[in-house]
Design a protein around this ligand. Structure first.
Ligand SMILES: *Cc1c(COP(=O)(O)O)cnc(C)c1O
Length: 394
């Protein structure tokens, strides 16, 4: 199937009328299925980016598509001040999956972070937030203030006061950074945008103890790592960690816009009217999330991500190229750090029908759908090898 609109028409319209904030490629995607997407000319691509880690359960999963279509005919919108059957079911499922009892539902990752920051401030009566060097938490003002990358932050100054950044995976630095005015510490367990870097067990355990000791809340951003990505339902499971606030997003609703904050006991009771979102917890997104969580469980996707990820990491490490500095990752979240800029490699990959992502200027990042077949990955490995000039396999 090709698009009814010509490629020229689609690209011209986007170039003329889209905001311009995205580095637009010369490809218009019009259809997806599983680990594949097709462009407006019918050309097939292997999607190792899964729409920035959103399509963890595959594109256009029939079960998720059916749940969305059915719910769209029943009830699309329902504000949080009225209960709803789909939302009620989803809240129970999230409680079962995460071990948390309460959730604030919203519509994106940045909103989940924003919500967690507000709840941390209101719960502690303090304003300080310590985030990590290379951390990424989103683009709205609170989340942006917690984000480290200067290029994202500086054009929008002044940002929210009270934020600071401590080196990642460095407990001594965090001990110094946390002060009397600190409401919360906010980190990712595996930094995604920051280059696919995982925190050590000692760091996370130390952070948990430090926050407990000083009456500071620990906020974990699992927007990218959640729902099977790292080989567990949550990356927290690698650390036996129950944070005070947990931010979820991206894959949560199988591709529909949704975010969530899981709220731990140390946050305490929230006052009615203290936070809210018009679309948060709408029945359409909830129905999609319920179907997505069914797929996660029934297709055993966390375990598949674990197994496929171990295999892929090994295979990636076998690619011998003077351009590769390091290959690292966990589950199906894999980064290949290059000694050069990654953009030419991404371009060469697209020409070979493979979509991948950057993570910072020099890291090639793979976030494929969790059920991706090994033979597809074999094909991708060949494309990666060919795209790294001078690369040879041992
Ligand atoms: C993508 C991402 C966000 C922001 O999510 P949006 O849905 O784009 O707002 C926040 N934190 C992490 C770790 C992310 O990967």
């Amino acid at each position: 199937m090709v698009s009814e609109l010509s490629t020229e028409r689609i690209l011209a319209a986007e170039r003329a009328h889209a905001s311009g904030v995205y580095p637009l490629r010369d490809v218009a995607l019009v259809r997806g299925e599983g680990s594949r997407v097709w462009d407006s000319e019918g050309r097939e691509y292997l999607d190792l980016a899964a729409g920035h880690g959103v399509a963890s359960f595959g594109h256009a999963h029939p079960r998720i598509a059916a749940a969305v279509a059915e719910q769209a005919r029943r009830l699309i919108t329902c504000p949080g001040s009225f209960a709803n059957d789909r939302r009620a079911e989803l809240l129970e499922r999230l409680a079962e999956l995460t071990g948390f009892e309460r959730f604030f539902l919203c519509n994106s990752g940045t909103e989940a972070v924003e919500g967690a920051l507000k709840l941390a401030r209101v719960a502690t009566g303090r304003g300080g937030v310590v985030a990590a060097v290379r951390g990424f938490h989103g683009r709205t003002f609170g989340a942006l203030s917690a984000t480290w990358e200067k290029r994202y932050r500086e054009p929008f100054a002044p940002l929210v006061p009270g934020f600071s950044h401590a080196p990642y995976d460095d407990l001594a630095a965090m001990e110094k950074a946390v002060g009397r005015d600190t409401a919360c510490v906010l980190i990712e367990l595996v930094q995604g945008e920051g280059g696919v870097r995982a925190a050590s067990k000692e760091y996370v355990a130390g952070l948990r103890a430090l926050c407990q000791e000083r009456g500071v809340l620990l906020v974990i951003d699992e927007v990218q790592t959640g729902f099977g990505r790292t080989g567990r339902n949550l990356a927290c499971e690698h650390h036996d960690l129950q944070p005070d606030l947990l931010c979820l997003g991206k894959a949560i609703a199988g591709g529909l816009p949704m975010g969530a904050v899981a709220i731990g006991a140390r946050v305490g009771e929230l006052e009615s009217g203290s936070h809210g979102s018009t679309f948060g917890g709408n029945p359409l997104a909830c129905a999609a999330a319920l179907a997505a969580l069914d797929v996660l469980r029934e297709e055993n996707l966390a375990q598949r991500a674990d197994e496929t990820g171990r295999w892929l990491l090994k295979r990636m490490r076998k690619i011998e190229s003077p351009l590769v500095r390091e290959v690292r990752g966990i589950g199906l979240m894999i980064g290949m750090e290059l000694k050069q800029r990654v953009n030419p490699v991404l371009k060469a990959l697209i020409e070979r029908g493979v979509i991948a992502l950057p993570a910072g200027p020099t890291v090639l990042r793979l976030l494929p759908p969790l059920g991706i077949e090994r033979e597809d990955l074999e094909r991708a490995l060949v494309a990666i090898e060919e795209s790294l000039p001078e690369a040879t396999r041992v």
